[in-house]
Write a protein that binds this ligand. Structure first.
Ligand SMILES: [Zn+2]
Length: 408
């Protein structure tokens, strides 16, 4: 039955896919026009960190499930019997957790209880960007390869989703069924730390652009940039390697760009047209730290520290090179060469796209891999996260959830 569903998806999107392959590429990582908008440019036309990740490593998942439809989702909330021996249960938050004091003790316990989870890291993660579909723009999906919006939900304080809008033109129950949307949202709630979702995620968006193109994105709400929307392609949703990697990567964007890290820049003018870059905003012009596209990063924010430590010596070179490109092709070639030149600095080629993608994908490596020993700059970037206790706690939580998943 599940295989049949996969075949149906494939047939349904055959035509869309044919057109989509190139379209997604075109939309990715437009050449940045000025030194401060690189993160946002690579993320979206609107200078927000839209980050829809693509995966081009079909062969990479040896042990992780390789088909989204083969895996059903676990419920978002845990019972005491879900906890592993060695874990404790918090009845208020309804989560299992490890009690420990020092980092050394925590990591040792975590490794002992959860074991090896490397199968969820996508070593070939080929993140890419697409513009999320917008109901407000009228019936989307009319252009070839354009993502089709399916439903948009409000996320309430208890992390329940409430339907705001659905695409009446989408009637296929595989896409339109609200219980499937609930399942996907539950998968997000299951894996990602709920306190962060509660604090920062205000909308949940279900869309599709067919299998294997855009998988998920996060983006500040246009009318309230302190809150984020989390979009997932319904066709790609399942506990696969690329799904898990992408969710953790997107979560890395939220954690490093949310309002307490990067106050949203409300002084930013809208671009005169989709193809033109807007003028730098007053906030951007006066920013003394790293300007992410969303705003001017706080001095002690993760992304500013990450930038100062790992990018400040090569950023000028990076911007000069990317500004000199005149087409998407040239830009892609430049970023590939930049990666080749500084390979030992990056956990993936996609991470070399800009500091925002770098910190998000390094975060995914931090969560999904064993602690490295630190003999490359890329490894030092992963170690960067270990100095922050809240991030280590998030890592442990996500690893616990993945281990639970493997155990079921
Ligand atoms: Zn990203």
């Amino acid at each position: 039955m599940k295989k049949i569903t996969v075949i149906l998806f494939t047939l349904l999107f055959l035509a869309l896919l044919a057109a989509c392959g190139g379209a997604v590429e075109e939309k990715s990582a437009a050449p940045p026009a000025d030194s401060n908008s690189v993160t946002a440019d690579a993320a979206s036309d609107e200078q927000t960190a839209v980050a829809t990740e693509m995966d081009d490593s079909a062969a990479a998942a040896e042990t992780a499930p390789d088909s989204a439809a083969d895996v059903s989702f676990a419920g978002a909330e845990m019972e005491p019997e879900d906890c592993f021996p060695g874990e404790l249960y918090d009845p208020e938050e309804r989560v299992c957790y490890i009690e420990c004091d020092t980092e050394e003790e925590c990591l040792a316990k975590e490794e002992e209880i959860y074991g090896d989870l490397d199968e969820y890291l996508d070593p070939e993660f080929g993140g890419d960007t697409v513009q999320p579909p917008d109901f407000a723009d009228g019936p989307a999906g009319e252009e070839d390869g354009e993502p089709i919006p399916i439903a948009r939900y409000n996320v309430d304080n208890g992390l329940e989703i409430v339907l705001l809008e659905k695409n009446e033109e989408v009637t296929d129950p595989d896409f339109a069924d609200p219980s499937r949307h609930e399942e996907i949202w539950d998968a997000i709630r299951y894996l990602l730390p709920n306190d962060v979702l509660q604090e920062d995620v205000g909308r949940f968006y279900v869309f599709t652009d067919g299998p294997d193109n855009g998988l998920a994105y996060v983006k500040p709400l246009p009318d309230n940039p302190e809150e984020w929307q989390f979009g997932v392609d319904i066709v790609d949703a399942g506990y696969t390697q690329d799904f898990v990697h992408t969710l953790v990567h997107e979560f890395g964007h939220v954690v490093t760009l949310e309002k307490n890290q990067v106050p949203p820049d409300t002084s930013r003018p809208s671009p005169p047209s989709e193809d033109e870059e807007p003028e730098p905003s007053p906030v951007e012009r006066s920013c003394q730290t790293f300007y992410t596209g969303e705003g001017c990063a706080n001095l002690d924010s993760y992304i500013n520290q990450f930038y100062q430590q790992f990018w400040s010596d090569i950023y000028e070179e990076f911007m000069a090179g990317s500004n000199a490109t005149e087409s998407q092709e040239e830009y892609d070639q430049f970023t590939a060469e930049f990666y080749d030149q500084y390979q030992d600095r990056f956990v993936s080629e996609y991470a070399a796209t800009n500091p925002g993608e770098d910190i998000a994908d390094t975060f995914a490596h931090f969560v999904l891999k064993e602690k490295p020993d630190g003999d490359t700059i890329a490894a030092q970037k992963v170690l960067f996260f270990y100095q922050f206790e809240p991030l280590v706690k998030m890592r442990t939580h996500m690893r616990g959830q993945l281990a639970r998943l493997n155990n079921n």
